[in-house]
Each structure stands twice: as structure tokens, then as C-alpha cells.
Design a protein around this ligand. Structure first.
Ligand code: IMP
Ligand code: MG
Length: 174
């Protein structure tokens, strides 16, 4: 775990804050009334916190925890539900908040189980997307940044549970 460390800064805290504020405006414009966020732990905690602080008016939020990668930087394609939602999604305008879409397997799994709970609408906001890595076609309505196939940490994202506290996004290199 000490063989990798964040080197080059990919996106500064300022760049992230600016883009998150734009996404917040877009989401509120699309859902001026009822709005319910489902954030995916742990990676999306910082994104969610900044997103909702930029959204005026009534909203609610909930958390779900999944584990997609056992350890390291490669996808197993296996998704485990570690923590389920506290409240129902029935009739709500739901926006899933994810840190990053890589292969798309985790998000596909999440969208399937949320859709089965009869929300009025279901959309997804991802801070980051790596389109070149996609294995399944999955809809993401709000994308913060599309990035190249590099492993990134910071702003909630980890490598072996580290670096989530960085206020910016950095690329890890050997
Ligand atoms: P997917 O199922 O391959 O789309 O993987 C999605 C999940 O893998 C994300 O929610 C992250 O937890 C993790 N992940 C994918 N790429 C990165 C990365 O570059 N840095 C940190 N975590 C990543
Ligand atoms: Mg995640």
C-alpha cells in the first residue's frame, strides 16, 4: 500500500467546486420540487456534501454502501451491498450520487435495485467518468468531468482506503 502515492494533481479544489456548483444548478433546474439524493458510500461523501450545499430549497438524502473492488485498482465486476437505504424511494425523484463510473458495473447494479423500488424518476450524478473503461452501457445524466484511464484519489476517492481527505483529485503512480 505504500508502493503507490498521489503525484500529479488532476483537478484542483477550485476546479471541482466550480463544476459541482454547476451540476447543482442543473439538478435543481430539472427538479424544482421533490428531490431525493442517494449517495454511494464511501467515495461520494465529499461530492454529496458539496453538491447539496449548492442546492437551495427542500431536499432529502440517504446513503447506500457497496463494495465493488476488494482491494487495489482493478474491478472484479462483483458488487456487494453493505448498507441499504433507510427510507423508501416510492414516488420520489431520485438522484444517485456516485464518485466515479469506471466499468459501469457498480452503477448498473445500483440503478437496477433502485428502479425496482418504484421511484417517480431515477437519474445519476457522477463526479467523474472514465468512458474508455466502460464494459456496460449505463446512463449518467450529470457528469462532473470525463477523465482518461488513470487511477485517481482524493475528494472522497481512495486507494486502499487512503487519500479520501485530499481536497483535490490526484493521479496515483508507482
Ligand atoms: P465500476 O464498477 O468499475 O464502474 O467501478 C466503480 C467504483 O470503482 C467506484 O465507485 C470507485 O469506488 C471505484 N473506482 C473506479 N475507478 C477509480 C479510481 O480511479 N480511483 C478510485 N476509485 C475508483
Ligand atoms: Mg464508489
Amino acid at each position: 500500500m505504500n508502493d503507490l502515492s498521489p503525484s500529479e494533481i488532476l483537478l484542483s479544489g477550485e476546479q471541482i467546486q466550480k463544476r459541482v456548483a454547476e451540476l447543482a444548478v442543473e439538478i435543481r433546474r430539472d427538479f424544482p420540487g421533490d428531490l431525493h439524493f442517494v449517495a454511494v458510500l464511501k467515495g461520494a461523501f465529499m461530492f454529496l456534501a458539496d453538491l447539496v450545499r449548492n442546492i437551495p430549497g427542500a431536499l432529502t438524502l440517504d446513503f447506500m454502501a457497496v463494495s465493488s473492488y476488494a482491494k487495489g485498482t482493478t474491478s472484479s465486476g462483483e458488487v456487494r451491498l453493505l448498507k441499504d437505504l433507510d427510507t423508501t424511494l416510492d414516488g420520489r425523484n431520485v438522484v444517485i450520487v456516485e464518485d466515479i463510473v469506471d466499468t459501469g458495473l457498480t452503477l448498473t447494479y445500483l440503478q437496477d435495485i433502485m428502479r425496482a423500488r418504484s421511484p417517480k424518476s431515477l437519474r445519476t450524478a457522477c463526479l467523474l467518468s472514465k468512458p474508455s473503461r466502460r464494459q456496460v452501457n449505463v446512463a449518467v445524466e450529470y457528469v462532473g468531468f470525463s477523465i482518461e484511464d488513470k487511477f485517481v484519489v482524493g475528494y472522497g476517492l481512495d486507494y486502499a482506503e487512503r487519500y479520501r481527505n485530499l481536497p483535490y483529485l490526484a493521479v496515483v503512480k508507482e
